[in-house]
Ligand binder design. Structure first.
Ligand code: IVH
Length: 703
């Protein structure tokens, strides 16, 4: 779809737009170009996974389009990139009929099954050899999309195969589904295509981390995450889940009136995958392969299975399809399955075992995680003996009892989980699981706010949370004190050599050298790693402090808002709320952390131990052109996103403040500015400027 020449033109257009944008002038005639620039970059990002511009630049262009369209509503078109916006809550998902029933596939589990299937197909077709297209079997939730006159008309779930739920608004939140596609270039007026909605392994992990940080129930696996997402009423939530869609079958089409003979793209299944890719869909073009005869198919399936864990998303097998569409039609279908396609299922990653006991782990924030101890069971090459049950609700939902036979699943790098208990196999000896009401380590009473999923131990001196906090502080993404490791933290704690985070910097190396296994070399390494960690950047320290709900991204946001760690003490909850992506929960937790005397003492102690608790990046940037000037943005910004604006300030050596005070030099006001503007007007040293004036200021400084 995009030749190098087209890419070059799109890049030039992008640059022109970005330049004009900073100058505050975008001619209205270019709105179509702007939309095509945005679509091009969405394609590079979501389909090709090879972006050409920075996220912030994309945001800037997107905001411009939003502004132009809001100023000129008559110019809005249905497939504009802005039209994916989630609009309120969906009240219901009407039932719609699929144009062609969504059949499921027959399964095969080994080479014999495939040889058998191929033999039957050849007999029916009266052929010696058949050409097959082999592609991944995506493990998500199936959908069907209908495009008419090049526009996405509707999207639906599989439902019972004949009728499904109409979920168009939710599907529009998936950026790899184009809102329009030029099927007309292939002579097609109406088309129904099938595909699978997935959550990548990385998005799944990230999403679950966010849920854990908020003390909410995690999603069991990427497949459930995808299928559970399709019928969510809040489409903004669907957007947050970062879903992807692979399209793999053209099930029905109507030609345009007067379309000449049938396009070649529709003769072979493999060619329709190419066509879909060229039209901007994510179809498995790179993964698909066409083979003559079944033996080569079997070899490819076996080889592909070995690479299963390297893929960014889950697949549970491969699908073999007769490549020739006429032959597909001749083979037809049984009552349940097409005869021209078959699924080759990979080895199951499930196993059954007995639930023997439940242990309770205390996490860094005091949350209690129940862990099922099961009889060892091999699943996908790993012996599983422990399975997290996440929280008390899951135990109830899955109706688990000690002594139950349980079905366990392990999918790639997803941690193992219990699919279900087999209640029908109970013999009466099973015992209910008693969730504790006191901390299993320090016996302090546990608490559980109704909106949260986990019970927590709130004793700040609970040995379990103290140890977990130290482990978190030294971990790779925080202070990265490599030689430490969980086992050493536990050992030093048990021996009374380490009882707090600042204690790391006061470790008695002589006493440690008396412990078995600690030679001179390992002691030297440990001491050097601890010393080096004093220079870690501030965002790692903030993350390492283990403030509830503060992950790596929030730690960076907080870092960008201050020059020194201690500045955070001066932020009110309201000021914290003005920072990007910080909501009431996070703001409340940060405020509480910096107003708890023990934590302030800990920070003092760390500083005394020689730790660098300032934002070095910020200080060095202050040599820039907005040199030390302070800025705050308020109201709805229409010329750029808040993050772009804040980057501009920082890149030019300016400083961002969290609230209006006499320390503030500039308040930049967008639309509907409220109390901050009122407050600023009362302080005569604060200059109130518009977005355009801000851009001029930046430009003047760059001149
Ligand atoms: S083809 C009429 N291709 O697996 C044949 N299905 O029962 C249409 N699936 O319901 C299906 N990856 O949800 C096809 N590359 C692929 C697939 C695929 C996953 C799903 C689909 C189907 C189920 C099999």
């Amino acid at each position: 779809m995009h030749t190098p020449e087209q890419t070059r033109i799109q890049q030039k257009l992008t640059k022109d737009f970005l330049k004009q944008q900073v100058a505050g002038k975008i001619p209205i005639e270019s709105i179509d170009d702007l939309r095509s620039v945005l679509k091009f970059h969405e394609y590079r990002y979501y389909i090709m996974s090879d972006p050409l511009i920075a996220d912030a630049e994309y945001d800037q262009l997107y905001k411009t389009l939003e502004r132009l369209e809001s100023e000129n509503p008559q110019l809005v078109i249905p497939d504009s990139p802005t039209q994916r916006v989630a609009k309120g809550l969906t009240k219901e998902f009407p039932t719609v009929q699929h144009l062609v029933p969504m059949l499921s596939l027959e399964n095969s589990y080994n080479a014999e099954d495939l040889l058998d299937w191929d033999r039957k197909a050849r007999e029916l077709a009266k052929l010696d050899q058949i050409e097959y297209c082999v592609e991944p079997k995506f493990d998500g939730a199936s959908i069907s999309l209908v495009y008419e006159n090049d526009m996405l008309l509707r999207a639906a779930t599989r439902g019972d195969g004949v009728e499904g739920d109409e979920i168009t608004t939710n599907i529009k939140q998936i950026r790899s589904v184009p809102l329009s596609a030029r099927f007309s270039e292939y002579g097609i007026q109406l088309v129904e295509i099938r595909g699978e909605v997935l959550m990548s392994k990385a998005s799944f992990k990230k999403y679950n981390e966010q849920l854990t940080a908020q003390n909410l129930s995690v999603l069991a696996n990427p497949r459930n995450a995808a299928s559970g997402s399709l019928r969510i009423k809040d489409s903004a939530e669907v957007k947050r889940r970062n879903l992807e869609a692979f399209l793999y079958n053209l099930s029905y089409h109507v030609d345009l009136p007067g379309a000449k003979e049938k396009s070649n793209a529709l003769d072979k299944h493999s060619a329709t995958l190419d066509m879909l890719w060229n039209l901007g869909f994510r179809s498995p073009v790179k993964e698909k392969k066409v083979f003559k005869g079944i033996q080569a198919v079997i070899d490819y399936v076996l080889a592909f299975e070995k690479t299963r864990d390297d893929l960014p998303y889950e697949i549970d097998g491969m699908v073999v399809k007769v490549d020739d569409i006429d032959l597909q039609d001749r083979l037809g279908m049984t009552t349940h399955h097409p005869r021209w396609a078959i699924a080759c299922k990979f080895k199951a990653r499930q196993g059954t075992s007995k639930l023997r006991n439940v242990e309770y782990q205390v996490g860094r924030t005091g949350s209690i995680t129940p862990v099922a101890k099961i009889d060892p069971v091999p699943i996908g090459g790993v012996t599983v003996t422990s399975v997290s049950l996440f929280n008390e609700d899951i135990i109830r939902e899955k109706d688990l009892m000690i002594g139950d036979t349980v079905l366990v699943e392990r999918a790639g790098d997803v941690i193992p989980y219990i699919v279900k208990s087999q209640a029908e196999l109970r013999d009466g000896t099973e015992k209910p699981i008693q969730f504790p009401r006191n901390c299993p380590v320090c016996s302090h009473a546990l608490v559980k706010p109704p909106e949260e999923a986990a019970w927590r131990c709130v004793n700040p001196a609970c040995p379990a949370t103290v140890v977990e906090r130290i482990i978190h502080f030294v971990s790779k993404d925080a202070m990265d004190i490599r030689s430490f490791g969980d086992a050493n933290v536990r050992k030093f704690y048990e021996l009374g050599l380490l009882s707090s985070i600042p204690g790391i910097y006061k470790l008695d190396m002589e006493k440690i050298s008396a412990i078995e296994g600690f030679g001179k070399k390992s002691i030297d390494n440990l001491a050097a790693a601890i010393e080096k960690s004093k220079q870690q950047p501030l965002h790692r320290i903030i993350y390492g402090l283990g403030i509830r709900y503060v992950g790596e991204t929030t730690a960076k946001t907080l870092t960008n808002a201050v020059s020194r760690l201690k500045d955070l003490q001066d932020f009110s909850v309201e000021q914290l709320l003005t920072l990007e992506d910080i909501g009431p929960k996070v703001a409340g937790s940060v405020f509480e952390f910096f107003h708890t005397p023990d934590n302030l003492l800990m920070i003092d102690e760390l500083e005394k131990m020689g730790m660098v608790l300032s934002n070095s990046k910020k200080q060095s940037l202050q040599a820039g052109s907005l040199n030390g000037q302070t800025f705050l943005f308020t109201g709805t910004l229409t010329h750029f996103t808040r993050s772009v604006a804040e980057e501009m300030v920082e890149a030019n050596g300016g400083k961002l403040l969290g609230g209006v005070s006499s320390k503030l030099n500039y308040l930049v006001v967008g639309e509907d500015a409220g109390s901050k503007l009122e407050k600023a007007k009362k302080i005569n040293t604060v200059k109130v400027i518009s977005e355009q004036e801000f851009l001029k200021l930046v430009e003047a400084n760059n001149a």
